[in-house]
Design a protein around this ligand. Structure first.
Ligand SMILES: NC(=O)c1ccc[n+]([C@@H]2O[C@H](COP(=O)([O-])OP(=O)(O)OC[C@H]3O[C@@H](n4cnc5c(N)ncnc54)[C@H](O)[C@@H]3O)[C@@H](O)[C@H]2O)c1
Length: 356
């Protein structure tokens, strides 16, 4: 076992520079050795800040640094190619959400990682909460057969999806408005890939099932990408689910990120933002799974911490690639369903997602 995991961050934009890089810099089990971004100014300034090597080319960095793991925080449509290259180089991978923008790409990453005995984790932040595994276990083992799931993700993300004039923003400022990362259909922008992916990743992971059929409607409200989504879908075991998501939550109105799992013997209500759940069982028993006081409910820093820990100890990741891939497959099919106005059969993974 390496004393400290040698980690690189790929993408030196908003999320990497505000969350992953600062968290890695204070993690005693991680050595942040390199940062890569095709924008040389971003790569150099982030690398200088972290006392790491700066790169503009992923291939060159992978060949030079002898890495244990990479964290990929780049635009959605770039995730697959970068992750595939890192896995081929024998490096463990944490990919920000969504894992990829097509089911076939997502499944290929899962298969590549499994074939090589490497870790493939997704940056689905809510899975890393202290109680998330207990909430998952309550859904899987305490509430009987799942019959229905009701899920909501509302946020004020509308501004992310507005097309920004690249000339009006400083392209070297990672905190400047994102010119194309979220606003362009070709880069995998929009509410579904950006936000619903959190909700659906959590839903499928807790239920331990894939979706089989989906009908959907989306609204763009003048944008080039979806801003409001309503998905209705069936899981393998027959449970019927509704997931709705909007990026239009008004300023000052609290966002809601919640999933209710209704089983034949009880119900679990998971509040993702509070990192807690209520478990209601037949006969009137209520159990609360509360976030420990000493941990923040929104533990963004725990994502890289968990990745490093899994590399060093082989501990399983709470956000396995297989379930993140299942949510990619559902979103891809749902966006097609919305476009075509038809109920779509969701393609199934070419492996058992429960064993991946
Ligand atoms: N888990 C969460 O809650 C959460 C929150 C915010 C963002 N994210 C995710 O983080 C990722 C990055 O988002 P962001 O807001 O930081 O975007 P951003 O646009 O601010 O930054 C993306 C960076 O990637 C760089 N880049 C583009 N193509 C690249 C390539 N081929 N190789 C290396 N770098 C490349 C860009 O130059 C840019 O600096 C996205 O997947 C996003 O969904 C996750």
């Amino acid at each position: 076992m390496t004393a400290r995991a040698r980690i690189a961050v790929i993408g030196a934009g908003w999320w990497a520079t505000t969350v992953h890089i600062p968290a890695l810099m204070v993690n005693p089990h991680a050595e942040l050795v390199a940062i890569c971004d095709p924008n040389p100014a971003r790569a150099q300034s982030a690398a200088a800040e972290a006392d790491a090597h700066g790169y503009t080319d992923v291939t060159e960095m992978l060949a030079a640094e002898g890495l244990d793991g990479v964290i990929i925080a780049t635009p959605h449509s770039t995730h697959y190619a970068i992750a595939a290259e890192a896995l081929k180089a024998g490096v463990n991978v944490l990919v920000e959400k969504p894992l990829a923008t097509s089911a076939s790409d997502a499944w290929e990453l899962v298969t590549m990682a499994a074939d090589r005995g490497l870790l493939l984790a997704a940056g689905l932040t809510y899975h890393y909460a202290a109680q998330a595994p207990a909430i998952r276990d309550a859904v899987r083992h305490e509430i009987g057969e799942l019959r229905s799931v009701n899920a909501e993700f509302s946020s004020s993300t509308g501004d992310f999806f507005v097309v920004v004039d690249e000339n009006s923003a400083n392209p070297n400022d990672p905190k400047a408005p994102h010119a194309t990362t979220y606003s362009d259909p070709s880069t995998g922008g929009g509410q579904a890939h950006t936000q619903l992916t959190h909700l659906l990743g959590g839903l499928l992971w807790a239920a331990e099932e894939q979706a089989t059929h989906v009908a959907a409607m989306t609204e763009n409200h003048g944008l080039r990408v979806d801003l409001v989504d309503s998905f209705s879908f069936r899981l393998e075991g027959g449970a019927l689910c509704v997931a709705s998501s909007t990026g239009t939550t008004a300023p000052g109105v609290p966002p809601r990120h919640r999933i209710r799992f209704h089983g034949t013997k009880g119900m679990v209500e998971w509040d993702l933002l509070k990192a807690q759940a209520d478990v209601f069982l037949e006969g009137g028993t209520v159990r609360q799974l509360e976030n420990p006081d000493h941990l923040p409910a929104y533990g963004r820093e725990r994502v890289s911490e968990s990745f490093v820990n899994s590399i060093l100890t082989n501990a399983p990741t709470p956000a396995p690639g297989a379930f993140a891939a299942a949510s990619v497959a559902l979103i891809e099919a749902a966006l097609f369903a919305a476009e075509s106005g038809k109920t779509i059969t969701v393609p199934q993974a070419p492996f058992d997602i429960r064993e991946s």
